[in-house]
Design a protein around this ligand. Structure first.
Ligand code: ADP
Ligand code: MG
Length: 708
């Protein structure tokens, strides 16, 4: 990639230079077409074929100017990754020549062969047709590679019979649902707005390891996480990595990562070292949920690509190393009007405050009653190691509100007067609401769902996950409660009184979900159980929530999913879980039997020979220093083989036993395969500790975590 010299080119020029964004459209499209696009973006009209033709042409000229030879519809199938199929712009012309073409039709609609994407039985193979459709609200972009460039068009992926096959469409539907319900609330309060959209800023954690070292490990290569590995003598206990000076190699990587992201118009803003050694975080500035989801996919992909160029591997797995913090993604979420008002900002006057309280209450109630769905939205094989294991955040969903709001709600719910910190007394009569302080920021790092001043931060999301799913769940569940509140407010003849009632009832009924203490402590787990809060530890249990009657009813009501679509999603996610664990199992076996075993035998042979020679030379007295070591090695090797055999039979037993009952299969992987892999690992790790570092067949935790 060519370097940009910022002393000659300003960053503002570089920013967004590879995105076909709003200002570019304004510049390159005829006024009437630009206006039409704006209307389409607001959902007020459909894109006409004539306009599509003009846009496609402008896009093509721009992309070709950037060196693009191909275009692709870029979509998000249920694999959680992105998919693309490239077509070149060339079209045959007389005389053996070509012209470059890109039609409106090609811009709007693509027809990838959908049969190889997981659909959970939605499409019979003979009818395996699906199409992709341009999402006008997400900017097309050009991706530069060392060998050329390609135009990417963000698209939705739908089957010909109308069922959703991707992660974008449900998100868009959920945004529509919350838009509708939020507008009802705003109307009651007389707040001007044509549209409400949800906003998301995601903080992405990842590890960087030396690529040669990472690729020398079958587990990192195939499963994305280490399946064996002795702890390094030093881990994260010194807290010397968090916010520490960024190593040169990582800093160089980050510079290029930022540059690539900025070119796409992704506003990479903060970056720092995370808690674990070689763990880092990058956070762009928030965007509308839909755009933020696309950008996060692109960001994850760019981390991997740029890392590669720097001789590094970017690890996005939720738990690459045992005993070391895993990686997550903090999903900062709020609601915003088209006039730029953040609805989770307390506002400046009592009316705005009242409106704010309604939105906060809606979130509290939604999170309490739909906690299992939120948990489900973060369920994957990797995250299982974080949630509910010995790591934060816990699998229990609770909300951190901070002292001020908690006290306020407590008093409001009891009808008591309030004394603010500055000594001002707030009288709350029947109908008067207090004026809230502007800055409600408070900090608690252990909460899975924290109010942070003007947004909620959902911290359960896994680092490798597509954020579209958790946001789709947040939007739909909050829309449901807003709908209920809107009903109450629309009927009210005394708005403030109704708002107070909403606060009172909601707080009294749902304050069990509020917890401002240490979410990592065992006491909280016990306390949460007493409060009746769900603690769903496994992926298969969490994913089952999608098809429970309450969920089916909810998603149907807001037009986000049909029952069939939910069933298919549960199936696909569980299937992916099973496949992932099966790969881990097979990789563990491969490492144990084809790497560790031979390495140990080879070393033991040498040791036995040495022992023999020593005895011959020095007489047959016992030499425990050699004998004990050899014994320990042989014992652990026997253990390794025995556990490996057991793991093989577990895999064999699970394989093919459950037929279509994917839930039972996932459960078996969780309850039988994972513990058995752990037993095998114990012997492998013991052996690693017994052998010289130079005889061990894989780079160690020390290598991976401290050598960049
Ligand atoms: P932290 O203190 O949690 O590390 P950061 O400043 O790193 O916070 O990240 C906060 C994230 O929240 C950023 O991505 C930021 O853009 C985002 N954010 C700020 N305001 C909003 C909002 N109104 N809606 C959604 N996200 C927001
Ligand atoms: Mg955060």
């Amino acid at each position: 990639m060519e370097k940009v010299d910022f002393t000659k080119t300003s960053l503002t020029e570089v920013y967004g230079c590879n995105a076909f964004n709003d200002s570019l459209m304004r510049e390159r499209l005829p006024k009437s077409i630009y206006k039409e696009i704006k209307q389409v973006q607001l959902g007020k009209q459909e894109l006409t074929p004539a306009a599509a033709e003009v846009v496609a042409n402008a896009m093509k000229d721009w992309a070709i100017g950037k060196g693009a030879t191909h275009f692709t519809h870029w979509f998000q199938p249920l694999t959680g990754l992105t998919a693309e199929k490239h077509d070149s712009f060339i079209s045959p012309a007389p005389g053996g020549k070509v012209i470059l073409e890109f039609s409106g039709k090609e811009l709007i609609k693509g027809e990838p062969d959908a049969s190889s994407f997981p659909s959970g039985g939605l499409r019979a193979t003979f009818e395996a047709r699906g199409y992709t459709a341009w999402d006008v609200n997400s900017a097309a972009f050009v991706r530069e590679e060392s060998s050329g460039a390609t135009l990417y068009i963000p698209t939705a992926f739908i089957s010909y019979t109308g069922e959703v096959l991707d992660k974008k469409v449900p998100l868009l539907r959920s945004m529509e649902a919350i838009n509708k319900e939020a507008l009802r609330i705003l109307k009651v309060f007389g707040t001007p707005a044509d549209k409400v959209f949800t906003t998301v800023g995601s903080e992405q954690e990842y590890f960087l390891v030396n690529r040669d070292l990472a690729e020398a490990r079958p587990d990192l290569l195939l499963a994305g996480r280490t399946l064996f590995g002795c702890p390094s003598p030093k881990g994260q206990e010194m807290d010397d990595h968090y916010f520490g000076a960024i190593k040169e190699k990582a800093a160089t990587f980050m510079r290029e990562l930022n540059l690539e992201l900025w070119k796409f118009g992704i506003s990479a803003k903060t970056q720092h070292n995370e808690v674990a050694p070689n763990q880092f975080e990058i956070a762009p500035i928030f965007e509308s949920s839909n755009v933020a989801s696309d950008q996060n996919q692109l960001l994850m992909d760019t981390i991997k690509r740029v890392a590669n160029r720097h001789g590094l591997s970017g690890l996005l797995h939720e738990k690459p190393f045992a005993g070391i913090n895993g990686s997550g993604k903090h999903n900062n979420w709020s609601l915003c009007t088209d006039t730029g008002v953040n609805l989770l900002d307390p506002g400046d006057n009592p009316s705005e405050n009242a409106q704010f309280l309604v939105f906060v209450m809606a979130v509290i109630k939604a999170v309490d009653i739909y906690a299992p769905l939120l948990r489900a939205s973060t369920a994957n094989a990797g995250n299982e190691h974080r949630l509910g294991a010995n790591e934060a955040p816990p699998a229990i969903i609770s909300i951190f509100l901070g002292d001020f709001l908690t006290r306020l709600f407590e008093k409001l719910s009891k009808g008591e007067s309030i004394i603010l910190d500055k000594g001002q007394k707030l009288e709350i009569g029947q109908t008067i609401l207090p004026k809230l302080p502007k800055d409600l920021t408070d900090r608690n790092r252990t909460s899975p769902f924290a109010f942070t001043g003007n947004k909620f931060e959902f911290r359960m999301v896994g680092s490798s996950a597509a954020i579209s799913t958790p946001n789709m769940i947040l939007n739909t569940t909050v829309a449901d409660v807003l709908s209920e509140f809107a009903g109450l407010l629309e009927k009210s003849d005394n708005l403030n009184k109704t708002v107070l009632e909403i606060v009172k009832t909601t707080y009294n009924e749902h304050s069990r979900v509020i917890f401002n203490g240490n979410g990592y402590a065992q006491e909280w787990v016990d306390e949460a159980e007493k409060r009746g809060l769900p603690n769903i530890k496994t992926t298969y249990e969490a994913l089952n929530e999608y098809v429970k009657p309450y969920a089916v009813k909810l998603f149907k009501k807001y037009g986000v999913f049909t029952k069939v679509e939910l069933e298919s999603r549960r199936y696909v996610y569980l299937e992916k879980y099973c496949q992932q664990i099966a790969i881990e199992v097979k990789t563990s076996l491969e490492m144990a039997e084809r790497f560790i075993y031979p390495a140990v035998v080879k070393y033991a042979r040498g040791l036995a020979k040495t022992l023999k020679t020593v005895k011959e030379t020095l007489g047959s007295a016992g030499y425990p220093v050699l004998e004990d070591k050899l014994k320990a090695i042989m014992e652990n090797l026997s253990g390794l083989q025995a556990e490996s055999d057991k793991l093989k039979s577990v895999l064999h037993e699970i394989h093919g036993k459950y037929g279509d009952d994917i839930g039972a299969e996932a459960k078996a992987y969780n309850q039988k395969a994972i513990p058995q892999m752990q037993s095998l690992r114990t012997f492998g790790d013991n052996l690693e500790a017994l052998l010289p570092a130079s005889d061990w067949p894989f780079p160690s935790y020390l290598d991976l975590l401290f050598r960049l």
